[in-house]
Design a protein around this ligand. Structure first.
Ligand SMILES: Cc1cc2nc3c(=O)[nH]c(=O)nc-3n(C[C@H](O)[C@H](O)[C@H](O)COP(=O)(O)OP(=O)(O)OC[C@H]3O[C@@H](n4cnc5c(N)ncnc54)[C@H](O)[C@@H]3O)c2cc1C
Length: 430
């Protein structure tokens, strides 16, 4: 048989594109090499009664965000809950996380001088055109426009690291920062979590595809065959799969393992292969009792952001127990040196026990991870917006989706948004 669309990769992007296309009447096959779908967004019952996402998996802009829009597109509503009690651990004290106008004007972390400087800096963020700042490093913009050391810390280490999952302000794109801040302010939304975890998203998308097509796990695509600049088929160990269109739904760095690079321009090949991801440390904890009422928190030193997911959505942990996920974005210099990475990890663990004294004696299980890929493309000045790969390739019938593509937001947003754009493109062209 000939499939209308074959999708290589059953992560958030591949499943989203597949679900939309299946809904639009395309006979769709998704190939996933692992035994379960989800990729970097995998989510499953990790321990009895615990639905654990792969690290924190928050949905930027909550019910107005990219995942919600994919669900709208397939005619469904994604149930999302938003955290309320959000705290900051700063200089060994707890305070409210200053991310609303109200909290910004009352936070004890700012002096009067900080507040006076904050107004003009925020005005710039909200009014300047992001497209004029794609190539400006955040550190350069902050240096030019802010004198206070404290405020520089807030704008870079709190806001930018948190929103863009960025480790190094000397290369992070100010345009990407402005764009996200402007969308947050325009929608008035924060972040949200899918009820039942990211698993709900994966399950529903898979079911939608399987109503008319197939999601085949444990099947690695070995090659994508292109002839006369047109995509022909996908080769697995078992068979040659004929398809009219093929979507490569995995990080672009790996594209040329499957498709001969002679089909693309030298510049595209070089840029794609050298795309740098963001990196970090993630720890999930299952606690045998409730150790905090917080929904989420940030710690300034060592830098971490964390979510007591089961305080926001009790369905993800057994009653009376607690699920905490902690994430710390890190530069390659830390992650690529195992000893240094482990040292950071231990610092984070120790700080968790200092912040929540009851945590230490009540760890039922934990999952520490040192990750050399978090978001597929770090939002740097050389990888900002349309410097990333387009959804449509120069090969007829071959498309790319995923978080290394050109698209709005960061990480998962880009995966969902690129998938929606790709599916719309295929739908309209057929
Ligand atoms: C710890 C962590 C925390 C994160 N937190 C957030 C967050 O809070 N919010 C957010 O929006 N994003 C977050 N992200 C990023 C988010 O997970 C990714 O942006 C998103 O999952 C990318 O989806 P994708 O489909 O583009 O790629 P992937 O998830 O990488 O999916 C690609 C899939 O393709 C499969 N594959 C690859 N090659 C082949 C082949 N040859 N044949 C068959 N299958 C193949 C892989 O197995 C994989 O399943 C986080 C990521 C991590 C790691």
């Amino acid at each position: 048989m000939v499939w209308d669309v074959a999708i290589v990769g059953g992560g958030s992007a591949g499943l989203s594109a597949g679900a939309i296309l299946a809904k639009d009447g395309f006979k769709t096959l998704v190939l996933e090499e692992k035994l379960r779908v989800g990729g970097r967004g995998n989510s499953f019952e990790y321990k009895k009664g615990y639905i654990v996402d792969f690290g924190i998996h928050a949905l930027r802009l909550a019910d107005e965000g990219a995942a919600a829009k994919v669900f709208d597109r397939i005619g469904e509503k994604l149930e999302i809950v938003e955290p309320e009690i959000q705290k900051l651990y700063y200089k060994e004290e707890w305070t409210d996380l200053p991310l609303s106008v109200n909290k910004l004007s009352t936070t004890p972390i700012f002096s009067q001088e900080d507040r006076e400087e904050l107004g003009p800096a925020l005005t710039q963020m909200l009014t300047l055109k992001p497209e004029e700042y794609w190539n400006t490093p955040v550190s350069e913009w902050a240096e030019k426009n802010v004198k206070s050391k404290n405020l520089k810390w807030f704008l870079q280490d709190l806001l930018t690291k948190l929103l863009l999952v960025a480790a190094d302000m000397k290369v992070t794109s100010t345009g990407e920062l402005f764009d996200l801040v402007q969308i947050f302010v325009k929608t008035g939304k924060g972040v949200g979590y899918a009820v039942g975890g990211w698993k709900t998203i994966l399950d529903r998308l898979t079911e939608t595809i399987e109503a008319s097509g197939e999601v085949r796990v444990g099947t690695k695509a070995e090659k994508i065959i292109v002839k006369n600049n047109e995509v022909k088929r996908v080769i697995t160990k078992e068979e040659a799969i004929e398809a009219n269109k093929v979507i490569a739904a995995f990080p672009v760095q790996k594209l040329f393992d499957l498709v001969d690079e002679k089909n693309f321009s030298k510049e595209f090949v070089k840029k794609s292969k050298s795309t740098l991801p963001s990196m970090g440390i993630s720890i999930d904890y299952g606690f045998s009792k409730k150790v905090s009422d917080f929904h989420s928190f940030m710690c300034a030193d060592p830098w971490m952001t964390a979510t007591f997911t089961s305080n926001i959505d009790p369905s993800v942990a057994p009653a009376g127990e607690q699920l905490l996920t902690v994430f710390s974005v890190q530069p390659p210099s830390v992650i690529k040196n195992l000893e240094t990475a482990k040292k950071e990890l231990r610092k984070i663990e120790d700080t968790i026990y200092t912040m929540f004294p009851e945590a230490k004696g009540n760890v039922k299980w934990m999952r520490p991870m040192i990750l050399d890929i978090v978001d597929g493309a770090a939002l740097t000045i050389t990888q900002s917006r349309d410097k990333r790969a387009d959804v449509k390739t120069t090969v007829k019938g071959l498309y790319l989706v995923g978080d290394t593509c050109n698209g709005e937001g960061a990480g998962g947003d880009i995966a969902f948004n690129s998938a929606r754009r790709c599916a719309d493109m295929i739908s309209k062209s057929s």
